[in-house]
Design a protein around this ligand. Structure first.
Ligand SMILES: [Zn+2]
Ligand SMILES: [Zn+2]
Length: 143
């Protein structure tokens, strides 16, 4: 788990000013991968005290634009954020409870899937969502 000084360094390396809300949001997303905005606000408030929704939204947007966070939004789900960026990993989503887990690239380098027709595009990423039932939900169904 990175420390506060690691988060400050990440912000500086992304040419972002170091602020307490930015450090708190980075830290919250590192500690809670695939958290939605409301959960992140809860964690940040536990850390910093009163912080407005808008402030957290703004920080999430800035950190995502700077490439420090990745925003994913599976169909039927609210936006979720994670700090694991740049590796073109995929996600498996439970159809029943919505829990999300990381799945490494099928081959290792992006894009890990070759399109059957690239339409002339220089494709550099493949984003895959695997759908199914998580172990908890499939146990609950069969019992
Ligand atoms: Zn489930
Ligand atoms: Zn992920």
């Amino acid at each position: 788990m990175p420390t506060t000084s690691d988060f400050q360094r990440m912000l500086r390396e992304a040419a972002l000013r170091v602020t307490r809300p930015r450090v708190a949001v980075l830290s919250a997303v590192h500690a809670h991968p695939h958290a939605d905005t409301d959960s992140i606000i809860g964690v940040v408030r536990a850390d910093l005290g009163e912080v407005s929704h808008q402030a957290v939204y703004d920080v999430l947007r800035a950190l995502t634009a700077a490439g420090l966070l990745r925003r994913i939004e599976p169909p039927g789900s609210v936006a979720r954020y994670e700090a694991r960026v740049g590796d073109n990993h995929h996600h498996v989503v439970c159809r029943s409870c919505g829990v999300i887990a990381d799945v490494d690239c099928a081959v290792g380098t992006a894009p890990c899937l070759t399109a059957s027709d690239d339409h002339g595009f220089a494709i550099d990423e493949a984003e895959v969502i695997y759908w199914g039932l998580c172990p908890g939900c499939s146990t609950a169904l069969s019992s």
